[in-house]
Design a binder for this molecule. Structure first.
Ligand code: PLP
Length: 400
């Protein structure tokens, strides 16, 4: 487990992305090596070996328990999120499940949002109840509903903001304040914003989760996750992670480290591109609605500006059509005509990705659940990349 908060004061974020955790590269190689080994030589002293075998997140013991690159990446991510410590995992869902199972047990209660990333939703809706944990789902935008749902046995409030697919926001300061009064742990999935654009811990949230597959890695070439919080929480999550077996492999960790180096540069371009593209799309006659919290007309603009430092690259929009069927056809036709945005799941890469959520979730949601999640047949989700904005807008102009 690597510590972050105490190192924040010593260097700026951009410098930290390059230099934090350098001490875990114990070689003289400037670019750290890939520690492609499952195991490490035991210390000769049996007492030292016993101690190592019992230690949390060791760098050189057994790769399911940790490795030097993971420690280096953890130092950077903890610092980015203003957390005491961080833990990396094999995927975002590895992080979500380790953090959630470290927070609740049978007989306890969770409050979460009615709309969440679909696999997280499956965890809360289908899995936790099987293990005796009750879950109440509330509107993400309704702080009072969170308060009303709290019971004496509520142990966790789990949030995701901005949330897929309509980029709705939850008021992190308000929800964390009401949880703190009652000793309830709060977890926020910060994947869509990235730590460049939102720091939930500064707003009172206890634990931050990332799918590092997305903006943190930034190149659509790895899967990883991260959990940021107190040292004590991260220890508890690590204990879950090694049992679930969701440890981050050396090569993906190495790629993640490499991706993190340019995080602030990439996000700067992504933020600017997203603002320009959202402004273009909202003024286009063939687009019915654009969901992007930093639009001047967005109902949650003031909350967006108070809790986010920038918009990030996620937005969705609905194409016009006389009926749902026509909207579906128009959305499909747009996907086919666009040259640069790649039609693929996931988000946060250097390339612009576009996806049709209704098709993606067709076999995961009933039509009623899909509609309740705000996914119409004309809805398209966009993860804006770092291409030149003139090419992106030009491409949309032609395709629309
Ligand atoms: N959280 C959010 C908001 C996501 O969008 C995703 C994946 O798309 C995840 C968690 C899960 O991440 P992974 O696919 O890395 O397991």
């Amino acid at each position: 487990m690597s510590e972050g908060a105490n190192q924040n004061a010593k260097m700026k974020l951009e410098t930290g992305l390059i230099h934090l955790g350098d001490e875990f590269n114990t070689t003289s190689a400037v670019a750290p090596p890939i520690w492609q080994t499952s195991t490490y030589l035991a210390p000769e002293d049996p007492a030292a070996f016993s101690e190592l075998a019992a230690s949390i997140n060791p760098t050189e013991f057994y790769s399911r328990h940790g490795n030097p690159t993971n420690a280096q990446v953890q130092a950077i991510i903890a610092s980015l999120e203003h957390a005491e410590a961080a833990l990396v995992t094999a995927s975002g869902m590895g992080a979500v499940s380790a953090a959630v199972f470290a927070s609740v047990k049978a007989g306890e209660h969770v409050v979460t949002q009615k709309i969440l990333y679909a696999a997280s939703m499956i965890l809360f809706r289908d899995l936790l109840p099987k293990y005796g944990v009750e879950v109440t789902f509330v509107e993400a935008t309704d702080t009072a509903a969170f308060e009303k749902a709290i019971r004496p046995n509520t142990k966790l409030i789990y949030l995701e903001t901005p949330v897929n697919p309509l980029m709705t926001l939850t008021d992190l300061k308000a929800v964390s304040a009401l949880a703190k009064k009652r000793g309830i742990t709060t977890i926020c999935d910060n994947t869509f914003a990235s730590p460049i654009n939102q720091r939930p811990i500064d707003l009172g949230i206890d634990v931050v989760i990332h799918s590092a597959t997305k903006f943190l890695g930034g190149h659509s070439d790895l899967t990883a996750g991260a959990i940021c919080g107190t040292k004590e929480f991260v220890k508890a999550a690590w204990r879950m992670m090694i049992i679930f077996g969701s440890s981050l492999a050396s090569f993906d960790s190495w790629l993640l480290l490499r991706g993190l180096r340019t995080l602030s540069l990439r996000m700067e371009r992504i933020n600017a591109n997203a603002i320009a593209l959202a402004d273009y799309l909202v003024s286009h006659p063939n687009i019915e609605t654009v969901h992007f919290p930093f639009l001047k007309t967005h109902p949650q603009l003031s909350l967006a500006k108070s809790q986010m430092l920038g918009p990030s690259g996620m937005m969705s929009f609905e194409v016009r059509g006389e009926s749902e069927e026509e909207k579906f056809d128009n959305a499909q036709s747009l996907l086919k005509k666009l040259r640069f945005p790649k039609n693929a799941v996931s988000l946060g890469g250097v390339e612009t990705l576009i996806v049709h959520p209704a098709s993606m979730w067709r076999y995961h949601y009933t039509p009623e659940q899909r509609k309740a999640s705000g996914i119409g047949l004309g809805l398209i989700r966009l993860s804006v990349g770092i291409e030149h904005i003139d090419d992106l807008i030009g491409d949309f102009r032609e395709a629309l």
